[in-house]
Design a protein around this ligand. Structure first.
Ligand SMILES: Cc1ncc(COP(=O)(O)O)c(C=O)c1O
Length: 397
């Protein structure tokens, strides 16, 4: 009988193993740029790959590798590669597999700078990018060309929560010998593990739920096969986009409590979404956990039961002026970008996180100026709701 994979609650505490340097119980930080060679011959052997060991922290570092080992186990992949930011991770899960003349399919709803990078910037290097509504399988099927090499999407997508079926998309992509990369930042590995649903690469901004404490900028790509992991790792080495050891240490510390935090995030968000839906000042709440949310069945199929994340959007009946007025009248919820922090953050995507998205694409995404994005934190949920209620009463209908 195959050994049963321990639960994520246990893995975040034990996946890095108990055999730490000098019998240290906590995980040490290797805050060093270089590692000493025993001899010139030893240095030569390390560079030639004849010996295993550390050379230089742009190539690899034990603290960073501990974090990567944990992510590999949590995502059930073959290797993880940590990056200096979520954006570096998105570049790292796409560009190593593309070259001039290739065709890339991306979801039409992504974090603003992801759209900007994967369209305009990649096009400058001769990569043709098709922007597709990946929530509809027929659109994905129709978008493939003989030179399509990769599909990149977010689900639930930032900021409208759009859902895409990773299993169905992976099946189509693999039929065309293309890879599938999923940015699962909104979910964290607690809510959703894309590799188990057919994806080849999963990217996270560590800045969000995985670190969780709002004090690190980082990213990670976890890969299904060792070959893909090697390609991503070599890309990182040559582009110098590795996470720092101290940041890796902080992320490991954050990751230890991911399941506990996610449980509370998921629960608080559901209550806040239900509250907002009951308010006359609010015209729409885009929470993937609602049964009438488009493709809710996809969320049920691929996400942990009842766990739909804590970052979602809602629209104000009074348009942009009402959205701005609400943000001006909150006291507990902090007006700031980012998400997945311990505390509640709220922002206006059209003028902030998604300001770089062309207006026409914003319209297509349903990213209107009356839309507010909230990342529900771990505070007492009644107090989050009281803050929103007070702000909404000032806005009025
Ligand atoms: C879904 C998603 N992916 C990627 C990123 C980029 O991450 P970072 O800011 O760590 O570069 C963000 C940032 O908000 C995001 O929301």
């Amino acid at each position: 009988m195959a050994a049963k994979q321990p639960s994520i609650e246990t893995l975040v505490l034990h996946a890095d193993g108990h055999d730490k340097p000098l019998k240290s119980h906590a995980n040490p930080i290797f805050q060093t740029s270089s590692f000493v060679f025993d001899s010139p011959e030893h240095g030569r052997q390390l560079f030639a790959g004849e010996e295993k060991g550390h050379i230089y922290s742009r190539i690899g570092n034990p603290t960073i590798e501990t974090f990567e080992k944990m992510m590999t186990v949590l995502e059930q992949g073959s290797g993880a590669v940590a990056f200096s930011s979520g954006m570096a991770a998105i570049m790292g899960c796409t560009l190593p597999h593309l070259r001039a003349g290739d065709h890339l399919i991306i979801g039409d709803t992504l974090y603003g700078p992801s759209t900007t990078m994967l369209t305009g910037r990649y096009e400058k290097f001769g990569i043709e990018t098709a922007v597709v509504d990946t929530s509809e399988i027929e659109n994905v099927k129709a978008a493939f060309k003989p030179n399509t090499k990769l599909v990149f999407l977010e689900t639930p997508a930032n900021p409208t929560g759009k859902l895409s079926d990773v299993e169905a998309i992976s099946e189509i992509a693999h039929g065309h010998h293309a890879l599938v990369a999923v940015d699962a930042t909104f979910s964290s590995p607690y809510n959703f593990q894309p590799l188990l649903h057919g994806a080849d690469l999963v990217a996270h901004s560590l800045t969000k739920y995985i670190n969780g404490h709002g004090d690190v900028v980082g990213g990670v790509v976890t890969c299904k096969t060792p070959e893909i992991a090697t390609a991503v790792r070599n890309w990182r080495k040559d582009t110098g986009s590795i996470l720092g050891p101290f940041d890796a240490w902080l992320v490991i510390r954050g990751l230890r409590t991911l399941p506990v935090r996610m449980e509370r995030h998921n629960k608080n968000a559901k209550a806040v979404a239900e509250f907002l839906r009951s308010r006359p000042e609010v015209s729409k709440v885009m929470y993937p956990g609602f049964e009438d949310f488009p493709h809710h069945d996809v969320a049920v199929k691929q996400m942990r039961e009842g766990c739909y994340g804590s970052t979602f959007s809602f629209c104000m009946k009074g348009g942009y002026d009402a959205a701005k007025k609400l943000l001006e009248n909150l006291h507990l919820c902090t007006v700031a970008v980012s998400l997945g922090n311990t505390d509640t953050l709220i922002e206006h995507p059209a003028s902030m996180t998604h300001a770089s998205v062309p207006e026409e694409l914003m319209k297509k995404q349903g990213l209107t100026k009356d839309l507010i994005r909230i990342s529900v934190g771990l505070e007492n949920v009644d107090e989050i709701i009281d803050d929103l209620k007070h702000g909404l009463e000032i806005v009025g209908c």
